[in-house]
Design a protein around this ligand. Structure first.
Ligand code: GLN
Length: 549
């Protein structure tokens, strides 16, 4: 008989932002390290059909998958904790997508004139999506977005309630994350919000099996027993989710409290204890670095750091690879334009210009790139960062004063960054983005006998990376850029359109000046730091050391 598939549903109560995504991902990591094949699914209660067009200011970054799906930043957490799953657009869906599918089916006559209702049609579609994404794995961990009590998440909760009956009680586990605040005036941990949140869940027919309580301290046994009593579980099913300095500590703390053991037992999963030695040694390096360096991230959403979540995580991983702590300094590109924050640029060991859209702040980013190039500061440009590095080089080295991007100057006279040939025919912006994984061929030598930084980092001649962009380096300017010394160290050749696209550029006469059109940050994992981030941090570490001498 095939192994019975298991499901863990993770809901959240009391407040948002108490760490549901990290908690779900940590459970995934522990179960995977116990030798189980794990996938993770995020269900989001908003009506957007996908988060691709949502403002990162409100929603955090858009995390892109290999298949081009534009998902929510929780898929980023999952990718950094779970290694074996292949995430696709099936792993993340919204209420909007569920309704879209049901309404399309109804329009196409798929329901034969039935009355279409939330129960059973919407809930059936939710269950169908969950089962489809879980297919091929032993365990699916499903995170329900939103907070219990929200109107929007009710259909999701009803669907998972039904699944327990359909899949069998021993194959489904409900984990509920709540908050247990410490009230200093009373000198007490307060369990009431948790009691209310569980009461609300039970009213809709879901009895949580495990309670994860976010707190600022480990819960004493009496508090666990009290919560258990009011919430109809035993104290042994109540776990502390204590505040941590670093998210990567969470799975180890859960393990110390026995969470993965309890889950395995409740779901009847036979497996050994997890091997957490590599994870623990990664954490040791994080906590006891040999040195500290700083990297300036030049962007416009400077006060909303979640929009650069994967970049900051990838820098942390690059730090682990080099045994240093990377301190991130956020530099506001619009302040640079006004002449401010130059001292920040002068103080950092490396400068990174991340991806972005729209014209605001781009001249400030170009100034930062100019500074890095002319002062020998290690520089890493990603997506828009690469496009601006090419514009800076075209203006200041190739003397093309008007050099710009068609994104900002659609009728400009020197569009060194332009729409891809194959996309110029499109008149609307929808569907014209180049999204997801594409191969890139690396050039081995920058000059005879001198290897490219790209090849040195990857130690490979062919790589695959994820993309999310509409504009490209114009091939009309490539000869001029090369003649003045810019090295095209990565290219993509599209056999269908016969287009060759610039994927990576670098300057061989600089300690480390490299940019890429793709987003390497999406593929970095704490146990497998991305090679470009590791190489960039290594260059910044060298500069830091040289400066100190
Ligand atoms: N705005 C640029 C483009 O569309 C860069 C996109 C990005 O940085 N993700 O090509």
């Amino acid at each position: 008989m095939a192994k019975q598939k298991k499901y863990i549903f993770v809901t959240g109560g009391v407040l948002s932002s108490i760490g549901k995504g990290i908690s779900a991902a940590s459970i995934g990591m522990l179960m995977e390290q116990r030798g189980i094949s794990v996938t993770m699914i995020k269900m989001d209660p908003y009506l957007n059909v996908d988060p691709g067009t949502m403002n990162p200011f409100q929603h955090g970054e858009v995390f892109v998958l290999d298949d081009g799906a534009e998902t929510d930043l929780d898929l980023g957490h999952y990718s950094r904790f779970v290694q074996g799953a292949k995430f696709t657009r099936k792993n993340s869906f919204t209420t909007g997508r569920i309704y879209d599918a049901v309404i399309r089916r109804e329009r196409a006559g798929g329901y034969l004139g039935e009355t279409i209702q939330v129960i059973p049609h919407i809930t059936d579609e939710i269950k169908r999506n969950i089962r489809e994404a879980a297919n091929g794995y032993d365990l699916a961990i499903v995170e329900v977005g939103g907070t219990v009590g929200d109107i929007e998440s009710l259909p999701f909760l009803e669907a998972i309630r039904q699944m327990k009956g359909e899949e069998g009680a021993s194959n489904v586990l409900f984990v509920h994350l709540t908050l247990v605040p410490y009230v200093a005036a009373a000198g007490e941990l307060k369990t009431k919000p948790t009691q209310h949140s569980v009461k609300e869940l039970r009213e809709i027919g879901i009895q949580p099996d495990i309670l994860l309580c976010r707190t600022d301290r480990v819960l004493p046994k009496e508090v666990k027993d009290k919560i258990g009593l009011f919430c109809n579980v035993s104290g042994a099913q109540v776990f502390s989710a204590t505040d941590v300095a670093n998210i990567y500590e969470v799975p180890l703390l859960f393990h110390e409290e026995g969470l993965d053991e309890e889950i395995a037992e409740k779901l009847g999963i036979w497996s050994g204890r997890p091997d957490l030695s590599r994870w623990a040694s990664m954490l040791k390096t994080l906590h006891h670095p040999e040195a500290e360096i700083s990297v300036g991230i030049v962007g416009k959403y400077t006060d909303w750091r979640d929009s650069y979540k994967s970049i900051s995580e990838a820098l942390i991983h690059g730090g682990v690879a080099n045994h240093v702590r990377v301190n991130m300094v956020y530099v506001d590109s619009e302040e640079l334009e006004k002449g401010g924050q130059l001292e920040l640029l002068a103080s950092v060991d490396g400068i990174l210009v991340p991806g972005g859209f729209g014209e605001r702040g781009i001249e400030g980013k170009i100034q930062a790139i100019h500074y890095a190039r002319t002062h020998g500061v290690p520089f890493f440009g990603i997506c828009l960062g690469m496009q601006l590095a090419v514009i800076e080089f075209a203006r200041n080295v190739c003397n093309i004063a008007e050099a710009n991007s068609a994104e900002f100057r659609p009728n400009g006279s020197a569009k060194v960054i332009d729409l891809m040939e194959s996309q110029k025919a499109h008149t609307d912006l929808g569907g014209t983005m180049r999204l997801g994984a594409y191969p890139c061929q690396l050039v081995k030598e920058a000059k005879p006998g001198i290897k490219t930084k790209a090849f040195l980092a990857y130690q490979a001649e062919s790589i695959i990376e994820r993309h999310r962009h509409r504009f490209e380096v114009s091939n009309a300017y490539v000869a001029q850029l090369k003649e003045k010394g810019l090295v095209i160290s990565g290219k993509n050749f599209n056999a269908d359109t016969q287009e060759e696209l610039v994927e990576m550029v670098e300057s061989p006469d600089h300690p480390w000046f490299l940019s890429c059109q793709f987003h390497p940050e999406f593929l970095s994992h704490p146990l497998k730091p991305h090679p470009l981030f590791a190489a960039f941090v290594a260059a910044a570490k060298n500069r830091n050391r040289d400066n100190r001498r």
